[in-house]
Design a protein around this ligand. Structure first.
Ligand code: ATP
Ligand code: MG
Length: 504
């Protein structure tokens, strides 16, 4: 098969760090080629080079057999390349239509042209069954819909090769099926796809070939038929991965948190709480299962003091909460692994040390007087300890966190939140976007906290994760808790039905 794309001996250095080392990678027309590798292995970097966002330190790219120099994203688009980035790049204040035509037409005054473009876009959307509401602002559509907009945008610009960088990390199972239908349609039209994902099941389902990267180097390229989940995992991490199996525990009499008939915007099915009652015992993990957007975010916000209930009460360690503010919850020793680590968990342009010490910075421990210099040194020392203990891989603790890979960013949050032995941990999608090794690390850390007596509320759209970790499982549907089930030998069918709102 003639390669549509060939990347030859690609090397990329960021100062001391070699993100890509002599990588060889090719994609045929009509092929889905997956890039697999741990967090920080260099997947996004390689694709950002292809899209003209970075210049390679060395190496050569060929398209349709011809050597090319891709010195800007617009050049990449001209050459028929399109990318849906790991973090979407849509302009939130603009509508779907405005985002899709952004940069295509400089001639804004011509309404007839816009009219024609809209028709073309709608026809394209229909052809690929990309269901989008073209005149809605980006802020009003779901994450899945935003992704369809990104795909449509790339196709409208004439992409022959589409790069999907972790497209499924924030999608529901149903949305993943929809995405796979689109990918299969692209294949039929002889278009190429580069797919990036940490989920083995998906990788094995959709790929024709799989290339594994480890610490910036190509380890191996396999045909789908040659691959299986365990083998891929071992190639990725370079050693055998032993999966943990966790024991389930009984609920303690002592409660760390109790919700009593809590309501918040209860008429809103997708962002409200309707008469929610729930208790979490000391040393117990209660998993919240459910399709995203059934009140889970509001439950997490309530448990961390971001919002307060309109009626009903909340008790933390038997004490009734009267003040709903994040600081008040932090003072009650409530820890939080937030939904969106980039928006809520870390401050990207602060260093690893500063991010690790964020919570302590707020307390009186840090003074800005004569001792400030010594304090900084002490801070750096404790950061170094945490870096080792939580296996945070970074060039230095003085590095800004925004350039760290997803898994290492999450470990910083984990270190900061778990180190103080919290009484309650509210963990929201704690392993979203993490590789297998990092996921296992986070799971082990959560179980260790539980075993030290921490009560955990685990909110996750990943059903397997909920089943694996939870001592009890509560199902949320349209703002209500519709059922509570044991974590030991869970009745999976009943739980699945409850997640779809079907409770006998
Ligand atoms: N702009 C940058 N400046 C400095 N270092 C960077 C930059 N971008 C990436 N890196 C480093 O390059 C390495 C590869 O990062 P990259 O984002 O390509 O990994 P990845 O395989 O996409 O990981 P993930 O699965 O977490 O998305 C990491 O060590 C990262 O810290
Ligand atoms: Mg990446």
């Amino acid at each position: 098969m003639e390669a549509f794309l060939k990347m030859e001996n690609i090397t990329k250095k960021f100062g001391e760090v070699s993100a890509n080392k002599n990588i060889n990678f090719s994609v045929a027309a009509g092929e889905v080629h997956t890039l697999l590798g741990e967090n920080g292995a260099g997947k996004s970097t390689l694709m950002n080079i292809l899209m003209g966002l970075y210049q390679p330190t060395a190496g050569q790219i060929y398209l349709r057999g011809e050597p090319v120099r891709i010195d800007s994203p617009s050049k990449a688009v001209k050459l028929g390349l399109g990318m849906v980035h790991q973090h979407f790049m849509l302009v939130e204040a603009m509508t779907v239509f405005e985002n899709i035509i952004l940069g295509v037409s400089k001639d804004h005054a011509v309404f007839i042209k816009k009219d024609r473009m809209k028709k073309e876009i709608l026809a394209l959307a229909a052809r690929y069954s990309l269901d989008v509401e073209i005149d809605k602002p980006i802020t009003e559509i779901s994450v899945g819909a935003q992704q369809r907009v990104e795909i449509l945008k790339a196709l409208y610009r004439g992409a022959e090769l589409l790069i999907l960088d972790e497209p499924t990390a924030a999608l529901t199972d149903l949305e993943v099926e929809g995405l796979f239908r689109i990918i299969r349609k692209l294949k039929k039209e002889n278009k190429s796809v580069v797919f990036i994902s940490h989920k083995m099941r998906e990788v094995l389902e959709i790929s024709d070939r799989i290339t594994i990267l480890r610490t910036g180097e190509t380890v191996k390229t396999l045909k789908k038929e040659e691959a299986d989940a365990d083998g891929l995992a071992n190639l990725m991490i370079g050693k055998e991965l032993v999966l943990s199996d966790y024991k389930k525990v009984a609920s303690s009499k002592e409660k760390v948190v109790s919700l009593n008939g809590v309501c918040y915007q209860k008429s809103s099915k997708h962002s409200g709480l309707n008469d929610v009652s729930l208790e979490v015992g000391k040393g117990e993990i209660v998993g919240i299962a459910g399709v995203d957007g059934n009140g889970q975010s509001q439950l997490a916000q309530l448990l961390t003091g971001v919002i307060g209930p309109e009626s009903g009460e909340v008790f933390v360690k038997a004490e009734r909460i009267s003040k709903y503010a994040p600081e008040a919850f932090i003072m009650k020793n409530v820890a939080h692994i937030p939904e969106d680590r980039n928006k809520m968990g870390l401050i990207g342009n602060m260093t690893v040390t500063e991010n690790l010490m964020l919570k302590r910075l707020k307390s009186d421990e840090i003074s800005y007087g004569k001792g400030a210099f010594l304090r900084r040194r002490a801070m750096k020392q404790s950061a170094e300890k945490l870096k080792d203990k939580y296996d945070i891989r970074c060039a230095s603790t003085e590095q800004e966190t925004r350039n760290l890979s997803g898994g290492n960013q999450q470990k910083i949050i984990l270190a900061r939140e778990l180190e103080e032995n919290p009484d309650l941990l509210v963990a929201v999608h704690p392993t979203r976007g993490l590789d297998i090794g990092a996921t296992q690390y986070v799971h082990d850390a959560m179980i260790a906290s539980r075993d030290k007596g921490c009560g955990v509320v685990l909110i996750s759209a990943d059903f397997d994760e909920v089943l694996k970790l939870s001592d009890r499982i509560a199902v949320m549907f349209e703002g209500r808790i519709v059922g509570i089930y044991p974590g030991e030998n869970p009745p999976i069918r009943d739980i699945s039905l409850a997640m779809a709102g079907k409770v006998e």
